[in-house]
Write a protein that binds this ligand. Structure first.
Ligand code: FAD
Length: 356
């Protein structure tokens, strides 16, 4: 189902009222998230999506890279070019060495006010969500969060689609009266573009006006996340997940065992979090993680729409369910009508023997 937040009749009238200075806003930008030298993959996914939008607009695609000094950011600039950026704005200042909302917001708003992008995309990561909201409120423009689809409509407007009303509807939101049009997208929602090794673009260095004395937040120490058990679902190649069909928290161990043998990650449907059988960082679906593994095994999961949207990007979906009419069989590539509590140990043993 899909709906629209735009009044059916109001669009043409509103367009006439667009301020003249909107014409100065051109091109599509992607904020390239770099933390401790590493580019977050969602930024590369967004460059792939941004490329399509820019081509539709006949505009350029720019990556925005911010950090403390140029040397540590070269890989990010190269990655942006190789994933489709025509140019990269490289904003450097010692104040930007580690992410803090205030200086990053200032640098981004200065960049936007100087070069005026039509569209600005950020990853819906912890950092991206923090930064996007601050930029949008500072610039007094619209931001559509957690989009599942981005397109350009016939009137050059960004059509940002996202679930609404608890996921039962999709709505398409247009930012008609403000610029830039901003959107965030969660990791793995968009496909990773194929990089073009050696592809280079232009580099536009930018020196934001920042002074450490003006920034109230100070970084005292960086503590890397050492929680080795933290779920890395979004980028796992193999994911095994369980649902209410497993019947008990203890049976979730059968999912973990198979995931371990396949050297993959494990997760589950939302009711398992609600029952306290697993933590929320392992929930897969619309209000959990979006995954795009090469193999997804769903055991005792019905395949409700809110679960489906998080897994349908998987290359191969194998569903195990006792009910041949379960909705998961509508989109699984392979289906087994069986008791997951019996089949999971058998699969673990069989794969264990083959992969040993
Ligand atoms: P059930 O719907 O109870 O299905 C259990 C399945 O197991 C059935 O198909 C049954 O035939 C099968 N089964 C039973 N016994 C066995 C057995 N022994 N072996 C094999 N199969 C068996 N859900 C998510 O997963 N992720 C989300 O992010 C998410 N977000 C939501 C957001 C909102 C706003 C709302 C309203 C709902 C959301 N949900 C989400 C919940 C979603 O609508 C479903 O309720 C949920 O996915 C169902 O989980 P389930 O398939 O594990 O359980």
């Amino acid at each position: 189902m899909s709906g629209t937040a735009r009044p059916a009749s109001g669009r043409a009238g509103m367009k006439k009222e667009l301020p003249e200075h909107f014409r100065a806003y051109r091109h599509v930008w992607v904020f390239v998230e770099v933390e401790h030298g590493a580019v977050h993959p969602v930024s590369l996914e967004l460059l792939g999506e941004g490329r399509k939008l820019a081509d539709k607009l006949g505009a350029e695609l720019a990556g925005v890279v911010l950090g403390g000094e140029e040397r540590g950011l070269r890989d990010a600039v190269t990655a942006a070019w190789e994933h489709g950026a025509d140019l990269v704005y490289l904003g450097t200042d010692p104040v930007l060495d580690q992410y803090r909302n205030e200086p990053y917001t200032r640098a981004m708003t200065q960049l936007v006010n100087t070069y005026k992008p039509e569209i600005l995309l950020l990853g819906a990561t912890v950092l991206g969500r923090d930064l996007a909201g601050a930029i949008a409120t500072t610039l007094l423009t619209g931001l559509t969060a957690d989009c599942t689809e981005l397109a350009i409509d016939d009137e050059r407007s960004l059509a940002a689609t996202r679930p609404t009303f608890g996921g039962s509807l999709l709505c398409t939101i247009h930012t008609l009266n403000f610029r830039p049009q901003m959107a965030t997208v969660r990791p793995r929602v968009m496909a990773m573009p194929r990089p073009e090794p050696g592809r280079v673009g232009r580099l536009v260095p930018f020196r934001p006006e920042l002074r450490e004395e003006d920034i109230v937040t100070k970084v005292l120490r960086y503590l890397p996340d050492r929680d080795s058990d933290k779920a890395q679902l979004a980028y796992a190649d193999v994911v095994v997940a369980g649902g209410m069909g497993l019947r008990s928290a203890e049976n979730l161990q059968l999912v973990r065992n198979l995931a371990a043998v396949l050297r993959g990650e494990w997760g589950g449907s939302r009711p398992l979090v609600q029952k306290g059988w697993m933590t929320a960082d392992r929930q897969i679906g619309q209000t959990g993680k979006t995954i795009r593994p090469r193999l997804y095994i769903a055991a005792g999961i019905s395949g409700a729409i809110q679960h489906r949207v998080g897994v349908e990007g998987a290359d191969l979906i194998l569903a195990i369910n006792t009910d041949p009419k379960a909705p998961i069989f509508d989109f699984a590539h392979l289906g087994v009508v069986a008791d997951a509590v019996e089949l999971l140990p058998a699969l673990t043993e069989a794969f264990g023997r083959r992969l040993a």
